[in-house]
Each structure stands twice: as C-alpha cells, then as structure tokens.
Design a protein around this ligand. Structure first.
Ligand code: SAH
Length: 361
C-alpha cells in the first residue's frame, strides 16, 4: 500500500518550489491558461494555502484536477537549534529520509533577516577547512527542497515578528554544481507571487566555477556573487582547496568585471582566516597585488573550528592587521561577524553531527 502511495505521488505534478514559467507550461499541457500558475503560487507563498478547494479564484474544475493530480511537498523540520546570538540552525528531513541543514541569521541592528540555504547534501570539493566536505557528496537538492528550507524558516522569522530580507546560498554544497535547481529556486525567491525579494538581496557563493558564473550571467536574475578565494596564490589555494587544480585563480578573476556589469554590485571575495596559513602581511600584500583595481570587496571570515582538522583561527589582532593592510592599499575589506558558533551553524560547520550520522545510515 505504501509503495502504491509513493508511486502515485511520483506521478503527481509538484507545485512547490517550481518557477512560474515552468508551472505555466505544465498548466498549458492540461489545457489551462498559463496565468493560473501565478494564481496558484500566490496561494501557496502569500496566503500559505495548501488546500486546493480553498483556492477560490481558480475554476472549480481546475481545483478538482489539482486535488487529484498535484502535490505540494514541504520538508519536515526535524530539529531547530537556537543560538545564544538568536541565530538558529534548522535540520530538515527530506522525502527520501535524508537530512539537510540551513541557518537563520538575524541582524537586528540593521533589520536584516538572512536565510542561509543549502544547495546540496554534502559537497564534492572537500575544502580542507570545511566540515561539509568531510561527509562527501550525497546528492543534489531539487528546487522544491531548496524552497522548502526557505519557506519553513520564513515562517519562523515571521513568528518572531520580523520579515525575511536576504537569502544567501552559503550552506551545504556548491550552488554552481546544481545550478539548474538553484536558478529555479532563485526565480521563486524573486517572483512577486513567490517570496518577492529584490535581486540584490540574494547572493550565490561559489568555490569559483567559471562555467557556472557564465551560465548565471546568461539569466536575467542578476543576483549578487561571492567567490571563496581563501588564498592569495595558486600554490596555497591548491593546498587548502583541491578544486583549485581544476579551476585556478586565473580562471575566475577575468569574469569579475563582466559580473559587476551584469549585476551592478561588486563581487565579494571570501577569505577564511587560518592562523599561520594565509594570514601574514606578506600574503595580504599578495592579495593587494592580485585584486588591486578590481571591483571586489574582501570579506575576511574568522575560521570556525571544525573537529576533523587542526587549523587554528587567526587571532583578532592578526585579522585586524590584515584588514588594515588591505584598506591602506585601497582594497575594500570587511570582517564577517560569525553567528551560531555554539550550535555549529556558522560558516563551514554545516554537517551537523546529527546529520552525519543520520545521512550515513
Ligand atoms: N560552496 C560554496 C558555498 C558554501 S561555503 C562556497 O564555497 O562558496 C560558504 C563560505 O564558508 C565559503 O566562503 C567558505 O570558504 C567558508 N567556510 C568554509 N568552512 C569554513 C570554516 N570552517 N570557517 C569559516 N568559514 C568557512
């Protein structure tokens, strides 16, 4: 019986996390008008109405058809870990029993409420300082599963009396490696009948995959871009980010100007500060040589220790000195305030111990 139910769901039309263009095509296939897609989206994301019978501006016939042939799949929230700093890490259970994590990061001073989404379960790239890489690559997420994370956390934010303002693809996995699903998810995030966010409130963070950056630029989404640089030269970068063997620094630097013309915002270069590895003034100087004159800002990220490796975080004075050197040499640099360290929800810590054990059985 359960098998029968599962079979039946597989054949149903998924409505959740699907962009209006695709959904419109599906409606056309059944002889309906395209614009019905937007009506349905409005019910789902704005009115939080999942009962087709209550979607009162749809013809009765269509409501009936949807009732028999469509589904709205939302992941189950398995666990919420709240941090002392009010950020929260969410563990979602997906339909195949696998788990994925996402993080809510409030910034009350600036009234920013950011959700950090995962694009994959695990990751292929195995950056030496990142916990997600240690679990290996499990699978891609669908746009339904990506939007599921956002939908659930938006409810949490609203219960707290606030509004979702920003989305970053900085959770588990590499967004460029699952770009079709990420693009579909972004379309839902930007749509008026979806989450209605402005395009510069969405940021995609990548290890620097040029094909992905080029493909993103072919869309009209114009979201912001961050590249995880983490080292000022190829030798060191290859040591801590194996992906650099395939995509060296020179493979993405030339795309920066083009991206800024496309999005009209500077590209962020992320740089995790590892004590004695990449935090010397000599390396700051190399960074200046590499990035001088480019429309980029460097975001220095204090390293969040993970259990699997023995890197040490640079101390505050070293980070500030590094930043001062960059600023004095006309390279814009900020220091990221890390959230959720106590719940292992900070950058590079998403694996969660419980996810690891649960995903591997
Ligand atoms: N795969 C994408 C997005 C996920 S990582 C990317 O690499 O950009 C998001 C950011 O967290 C990256 O800039 C990465 O360098 C950083 N990061 C990874 N592990 C970290 C750790 N242990 N401490 C601090 N930042 C980390």
């Amino acid at each position: 019986y359960l098998w029968f139910m599962m079979r039946e769901n597989e054949e149903k039309l998924e409505l959740f996390g699907i962009p209006a263009d695709k959904l419109g095509e599906e409606f056309e296939k059944i002889g309906e008008q395209k614009f019905r897609a937007k009506q349905v989206m409005k019910w789902i994301y704005e009115h939080r109405q999942f009962d087709f019978a209550q979607m009162t501006d749809l013809p009765l016939e269509l409501r009936d058809w949807l009732n028999n042939n469509a589904i709205i799949s939302i992941p189950e929230t398995a666990e919420v870990a709240r941090s002392e700093d009010n950020s929260a890490k969410f563990l979602f259970k997906l339909s195949d029993g696998k788990f994925v994590e996402s993080v809510y990061i409030p910034d009350l001073k600036n009234n920013r409420h950011t959700v950090c989404l995962s694009a994959q379960i695990g990751c292929k790239y195995d950056c030496s300082f990142c916990a997600t890489g240690k679990m290996g690559f499990v699978r891609n997420l669908t746009s339904t599963e990506i939007i599921g994370q956002l939908y659930e956390i938006r409810e949490y934010i609203q219960v707290g009396g606030n509004n979702l303002t920003n989305v970053v693809f900085m959770g588990m996995g590499e967004p460029m490696d699952n770009l079709d699903a990420v693009i579909d998810a972004i379309k839902v995030i930007l749509a008026d009948v979806g989450f209605g966010l402005g395009h510069r409130r969405v940021l995609v963070s990548t290890v620097g995959i040029p094909e992905g950056i080029l493909k993103l630029m072919k869309t009209s989404l114009r979201t912001k871009l961050a590249i995880s640089l983490n080292a000022p030269n190829n030798k060191l970068r290859t040591k801590i980010m194996p992906v650099n063997k395939k995509y060296s620094i020179e493979s993405f630097i030339p795309l920066i100007d083009e991206y800024v013309q496309y999005c009209k915002r500077w590209v962020t270069m992320e740089y995790v500060m590892l004590a004695g590895i990449n935090d010397s003034l000599k390396q700051a100087h190399q960074l200046v040589e590499l990035l001088k004159g480019l429309p980029v800002k460097i975001n220095l990220i204090p390293y969040n220790p993970i259990e699997e490796v023995d890197f040490k975080p640079s101390d505050d004075r070293t980070i500030m000195r590094f930043q001062s050197y960059l600023l004095a040499n006309s390279v814009v640099a900020t220091i990221r305030q890390s959230s959720g360290k106590d719940i292992k929800g900070a950058c590079g810590q998403l694996i969660a111990d419980f996810t690891l054990t649960k995903n591997s059985n």
